[in-house]
Design a protein around this ligand. Structure first.
Ligand SMILES: [Mg+2]
Length: 251
């Protein structure tokens, strides 16, 4: 076996089946110890909400932690996010103006402060108005010199507004390049809308867990085949199945 970069979403991807999670954890722990495999988590959660999750679930300590949809990258033993990344994504971003402009849209309801971070503004949305709201809001912000991307998850129930240059894919690629892993040495795993950027923009083996949301399944069905595997199993069991499919794991 050789080392690889293991990038996984947490909620409903790595986490969801404690028995399978335990099995995957054991194997990943050995891979890290014996071969130098790097474990990277990428989540929509803010850092405080990530800390809530690790208090409840048995998770390995990651080597890289990407929170708030790729807008903050942390390393073990360091409470400050990667500086270089923060500087890179802060261009054309202004949180206050985004909040102010978004207030005009009845379809957007700001989520609690625990969900809000320096580079992520998160809303609940109404489904029917979203297709009008997103381009309209984007255009207004663009006129003010602010470049954002809007990522909807959970069948359109959530909307994240992020800097145009930050998402799960760009953060993972930043990490991949920084640590020197090729696409062949990288695996990504996910289940819902904010994982789509990784599936769309990364060329490495990709695992879609069996319980993936419709926004991912629809994209998968309607996209040309790539190096991606839609698992039959759910959560960590689906990840193990995908790792086996791509030849990283032998069950
Ligand atoms: Mg998820």
């Amino acid at each position: 076996m050789a080392k690889f970069l293991f990038v996984t979403d947490l909620d409903h991807t790595l986490v969801g089946d404690d028995v399978a999670l335990n099995k995957l954890n054991q194997w990943l722990h050995e891979q890290r110890q014996n071969y130098g495999t790097v474990i990277a988590y990428t989540t929509g959660r803010s850092l405080p909400l990530y800390q809530e999750l690790i208090a409840q679930k048995e998770l390995l300590e990651p080597d890289i932690l990407m929170v708030a949809v790729g807008t903050e990258i942390y390393y073990p033993g360091n409470n400050n996010p990667d500086d270089e990344w923060q500087t890179k994504i802060s261009q054309y971003w202004n949180r206050e103006i985004i909040l102010e402009v978004a207030k005009r849209f009845p379809c957007l309801v700001l989520q609690p402060s625990t969900e809000q971070t320096a580079f992520k503004v998160t809303y609940y949305t109404c489904l029917d108005g979203l297709s009008v709201t997103v381009p309209h809001l984007k255009a207004i912000l663009q006129n003010q010199g602010i470049a954002v991307q809007m990522v909807d998850s959970y069948d359109g129930g959530f909307l994240d507004i992020l800097p145009a240059s930050a998402n799960k894919a760009s953060a993972a690629i930043f990490v991949q390049q920084r640590l020197g892993f090729t696409d062949e040495q990288t695996v990504i795993c996910g289940d819902s809308g904010n994982d789509l950027s990784m599936f769309q923009n990364m060329l490495c083996p990709a695992i879609i867990v069996g319980n993936a949301r419709s926004e991912i399944l629809n994209w998968h069905k309607n996209s040309p085949p790539g190096k991606r595997y839609l698992a039959k199993g759910n959560f960590a069991a689906g990840i193990l199945e995908g790792l086996e499919y791509f030849g990283f794991y032998r069950g």
